[in-house]
Design a protein around this ligand. Structure first.
Ligand SMILES: [Zn+2]
Ligand SMILES: [Zn+2]
Length: 550
C-alpha cells in the first residue's frame, strides 16, 4: 500500500495545522490546531479542521503527534478526542499546556497523554518515529522524522535556527544533515511562515536584552504585554527584572497558569525566589521596582491591558510615568484594535514601545536564509511547504526550486499525496472542510449565518410583527416595526411609518387565501420592504417578518 499524506488544515492559511499520514495499515496525525477568526467571521470564537475524513482511518489511527504547544497546533485536540480515542504524544510542556485545554472541556481524565523526549525514537504501528528539537518561540518544540515502507519523511514543525537558543538546545540541523547522508529523505515538509523575510531571524536573546535596557532606563513601572505561551520571553522578563531590582506581577489567567506549568516542568527558572509579586502590590510599590506582565498585546477589547489603560481594571490603573511594551507581532486583522489600545495607553499617561519602533519582539519562525539551510541539509527528493497562506507556500516552493530540490510541490488542504517506491503522485482531493466554533456550538454556524451576521453588523435589521386571524385573515395586531442599526438619521419616524404603510398595503393586496398562509405573506412583506429600504435609504438590512396566526 502506498503512503498517503493529506493536509487537513494549515496549507493555505495560518492556523489549524493538521496533517494525516496513512499507509493503509496504520495512520498518524501530526498536530490538531485551531485558527483564530478573521474579521469577516463575526462572533466566531475559532475555526477547527473537519476531522470527519478520519472516520475512514479510525480503526488504524495509532496516534496524534504534537510538535509544540501553540494553539494553532494543539487547539483542536479536544474536538478530535471527542470523536476519536487516540493516544496523544508530545513533549512535557506541550502536554502540560494541552492539559489546561482538556480540563476546560472536561476531557482530561479520559485523554491518553504520552510524554516523549525531544530526541525520542519510538514505534506506532508501521511507523518508526524520531523526534528532533526545533527551536521556536515556545520551549520544548520538536519536529518529526517518520520512517515507513515508502521512505523517510521529515516534518519540521514550527522552527527557527537560533544561534543562541534560550534553553540551550538548537534546532537539530546536525542530526538532519546526518540523516540525509545516511538515509535518503523522500520528502521534507517545512514551515513557510516567514519565507518573505530576507536574511536570518533575530535571536530571542535580543528581546531579553532590549527589555533589560528598558527596565533599566524607565523611571516608573513597566507593563509588558505578550502572549502567555511565549515561555522563553517570560523567562527573559523575569531575568531582566531581577537584574534591575524589579519584581514581576503576573496578570491574566493564562499567564499565571502557564508560568506555573513551566516552573513545574523545569522549563522556567525564577532568578530570585521572591521575584513574583502579588498583583495588588503592583499598584502600591514604587514604580521603579515593578514590572507587570500581562496578556492583551493584540488589543483585545476586554483584555487586562485594555482595561488597565481605560482605568477599569480591578488592580492596575495605567498612570503617568508608566512604560507599556507590546512584545508581540501586530497580527494582521488586529492592527486597529492594537492602535486603539496604544492610544488609550498614551491618554492614560504612559509611554508605549512596540515592535515597529523598538526591538521588543522577534519572530519564532525561520527567515529565508534559515529555510535555505533546512533545505540544504535535508536534501529531500520532494519538498512540500507547510504552515501558511498560499502565497507563502508558493514562494517557499520557488525557493526550494532555486536550490535545486528535484520535486518541489505545493499541496493545499485536502490534496492527497501518494508516495510509493520513492515516487510521489497526486491522488485527488478529499473534501476537507472547517468548522466554526461559536460558544458551545461546533459546526452549527454555517456560512449563511455568518452572512447574516455580516449584514446585521453593516446595515442592521428590520423586524415586522403582524398577527392575523387564522379564520378570516384579518389583522389582529400590528404591524409593529422594530429596527436595529438601520434608521439613525432624522426622519426615521417617518421611515417607520412608511414601512408600516407598505406592510399594510402588501396585506391588502394579497388574496384571502394568502392571508391565511403566514409563509406566503412573510415572503411578500420581505420583498416589499427590501425594495423600499433599498430605494429610500440605499441599504439592504436583514428583514425579519414574523407573521402569527391567532
Ligand atoms: Zn508555533
Ligand atoms: Zn504554528
Amino acid at each position: 500500500m502506498p503512503l498517503r499524506v493529506v493536509p487537513l488544515g494549515g496549507l493555505g492559511e495560518i492556523g489549524m495545522n493538521s496533517m494525516l499520514f496513512d499507509d493503509g495499515e496504520s495512520a498518524l496525525l501530526i498536530d490538531a490546531g485551531l485558527m483564530f477568526p478573521d474579521d469577516t467571521m463575526l462572533g466566531i470564537d475559532y475555526v477547527i479542521p473537519d476531522f470527519g475524513v478520519l472516520r475512514e482511518v479510525a480503526n488504524r489511527l495509532k496516534g496524534l503527534l504534537l510538535t509544540h504547544g501553540h494553539e494553532d497546533h494543539i487547539g483542536a485536540v479536544s474536538f478530535l478526542l471527542k470523536e476519536f480515542d487516540v493516544p496523544v504524544h508530545g513533549t512535557p510542556l506541550t502536554l502540560g499546556l494541552l492539559r489546561h485545554r482538556l480540563e476546560e472541556q472536561g476531557l482530561d481524565g479520559a485523554a491518553r497523554l504520552v510524554p516523549i523526549g525531544r530526541t525520542e525514537r519510538f514505534r506506532l504501528g508501521g511507523f518508526d518515529i524520531e523526534a528532533f528539537p526545533a527551536c521556536h518561540s515556545i520551549p520544548d518544540g520538536v519536529g518529526f522524522i517518520l520512517r515507513c515502507g515508502e521512505g523517510v519523511f521529515v516534518h519540521t514543525g514550527d522552527f527557527k535556527i537560533d544561534p543562541r537558543p534560550p534553553d540551550g538546545v538548537p534546532t537539530a540541523i546536525a542530526r538532519l544533515s546526518r540523516l540525509a547522508s545516511e538515509e535518503k529523505v523522500t520528502a521534507l515538509f517545512s514551515d513557510s511562515t516567514n519565507v518573505e523575510r530576507e536574511g536570518y531571524s533575530l535571536p530571542e536573546a535580543f528581546v531579553g536584552e532590549a527589555l533589560s535596557e528598558i527596565f533599566g532606563e524607565a523611571k516608573g513601572r513597566v507593563l509588558v504585554a505578550m502572549f502567555s505561551s511565549n515561555i522563553h520571553r517570560i523567562q527573559g522578563v523575569l531575568s531582566a527584572a531581577a537584574r534591575h531590582g524589579r519584581r514581576v506581577a503576573l496578570c491574566g489567567r493564562s499567564m499565571v497558569r502557564n508560568v506555573a506549568t513551566a516552573l513545574e516542568l523545569g522549563c522556567m527558572k525564577l532568578p530570585r525566589p521572591d521575584i513574583l509579586l502579588p498583583l495588588e502590590e503592583a499598584e502600591t510599590l514604587p514604580g521603579r521596582s515593578v514590572v507587570v506582565l500581562t496578556t492583551g498585546s493584540q488589543g483585545e477589547p476586554r483584555s487586562a491591558l485594555t482595561l488597565m489603560a481605560l482605568g477599569e481594571h480591578k488592580h492596575i490603573r495605567v498612570r503617568e510615568g508608566d512604560t507599556a511594551v507590546l512584545s508581540s507581532k501586530f497580527i494582521p486583522g488586529n492592527e486597529r484594535a492594537i492602535a486603539s489600545v496604544i492610544n488609550h495607553l498614551f491618554l492614560a499617561g504612559a509611554e508605549v514601545l512596540h515592535e515597529k519602533i523598538s526591538e521588543v519582539h522577534v519572530s519564532g519562525h525561520a527567515s529565508r536564509e534559515e529555510l535555505k539551510i533546512m533545505i540544504d541539509r535535508v536534501r529531500p527528493k520532494y519538498f512540500i511547504p507547510v504552515h501558511g497562506d498560499p502565497r507563502f507556500l508558493f514562494r517557499h516552493r520557488n525557493l526550494a526550486r532555486e536550490m535545486g530540490v528535484p520535486h518541489p510541490e505545493v499541496a493545499l488542504n485536502g490534496d492527497v499525496l501518494e508516495f510509493s517506491g520513492g515516487e510521489m503522485a497526486r491522488a485527488g482531493k478529499l473534501a476537507v472542510g472547517r468548522f466554526f466554533v461559536d460558544g458551545r456550538g461546533v459546526g452549527d454556524v454555517e456560512s449563511f449565518v455568518l452572512k447574516d451576521r455580516y449584514q446585521l453588523s453593516q446595515v442592521g435589521m428590520v423586524m415586522v410583527v403582524l398577527a392575523l386571524s387564522s379564520t378570516t385573515g384579518e389583522i389582529l395586531y400590528g404591524p409593529e416595526i422594530l429596527t436595529r442599526g438601520v434608521l439613525t438619521e432624522n426622519g426615521s419616524e417617518a421611515s417607520v411609518e412608511e414601512a408600516r404603510g407598505i406592510v399594510l398595503k402588501t396585506w391588502e393586496e394579497s388574496g384571502v387565501e394568502a392571508r391565511k398562509d403566514p409563509t406566503e405573506i412573510q415572503t411578500d412583506i420581505r420583498k416589499a420592504l427590501r425594495r423600499y429600504f433599498n430605494k429610500r435609504l440605499e441599504r439592504k438590512p436583514v428583514i425579519l417578518p414574523v407573521v402569527l396566526e391567532l
